[in-house]
Design a protein around this ligand. Sequence first.
Ligand SMILES: C[S@@+](CC[C@H](N)C(=O)[O-])C[C@H]1O[C@@H](n2cnc3c(N)ncnc32)[C@H](O)[C@@H]1O
Length: 205
Amino acid sequence: MGRIPLRPSPAGHELLGLDTLPDWDQVFGMPGPLELEIGCGAGGFAIEHARRHPKSRCVAFEWRKKYAREVAFRGEQAGLKNLKVIEGDARLEVPRLFKPGSLCVIHLQFPDPWWKRAHQKRAILQPDFTRYLLTLLTPGGRFDFRTDVQDVGERGIKALEAAGFHNPLGPGVFHPSDPEEAPSTRERRYLASGAPVYRARLVKP
Ligand SMILES: C[S@@+](CC[C@H](N)C(=O)[O-])C[C@H]1O[C@@H](n2cnc3c(N)ncnc32)[C@H](O)[C@@H]1O
């Protein structure tokens, strides 16, 4: 995406700074299960997942404008009425957008590993935010977590379990790969090279 110019229209800005929670039936023009993706990057998963699941309503957050606008543009070009991309910091904006128990699935794929200790506060799975994400899911709702970094995977599962998510495979156990799942942009690279991907699929009890 390096050479693509920044598209002028901000993605999903009409959903930022609202006084009340949005009515998602109105936003999408249809009812249906609501899914959240945090950090969609170049959008490989968001676009393909929305295409494969036309009845699901997918909200994808990305704080890098270039990516967010490009994914929104590609979604529109593909006629995906069930995908909404929002450019912004998910940690700040998600609490203004979803009511508790309203989400069916949360996707977090290949989050930045933030190697430096000083940067680790930028990680998505901070204890408070992880507990908060649990409240947004409906009972039985899923957390889909994927990474190429084993240590990030292990810490991620621990953080999710500590927040109250249930791991049906047993504590700390990764989920096997699922050919039905749409791969993310990064994941495609690892699948092509044979590099390992660590997955977790936890549920809200
Ligand atoms: C390593 S990339 C992975 C992108 C994509 N999920 C994939 O698998 O191809 C992580 C993405 O998360 C985005 N990101 C990180 N923190 C974010 C936040 N707080 N809000 C929105 N996006 C965020 C980054 O800009 C980056 O595009």
